[in-house]
Design a protein. Structure first.
Length: 85
């Protein structure tokens, strides 16, 4: 893949006993050469920041649901209002 979008940590990353899945997914994404990596969501963004990997991602958005709807091609009312004349 040329672009990977990640939305949602793989468990309770705040607890060291349950971080392995989230760390594994993050590392798998950021280790791919030439891949644009996008986080869409506050929990995933917090995981990347708290686990020291935020600087390895291409883009981070805290708008999880809104980010996914935008990628689906849905109209977001706030953005639509900005583009109206």
């Amino acid at each position: 893949a040329k672009t990977v979008v990640w939305n949602g940590p793989m468990g309770v990353f705040e607890n060291p006993d349950f971080q392995a899945g989230t760390i594994g997914v993050m590392d798998a994404i950021v280790k791919q050469p030439g891949v644009k990596s996008i986080i869409g969501g506050g929990d995933s963004a917090a995981a990347a920041i708290n686990l020291g990997r935020a600087d390895k991602f291409s883009w981070i958005s805290t708008g999880g649901g809104a980010s996914m709807e935008l990628l689906e091609g849905k109209v977001l009312p706030g953005l639509a209002a900005l583009t109206e004349k």
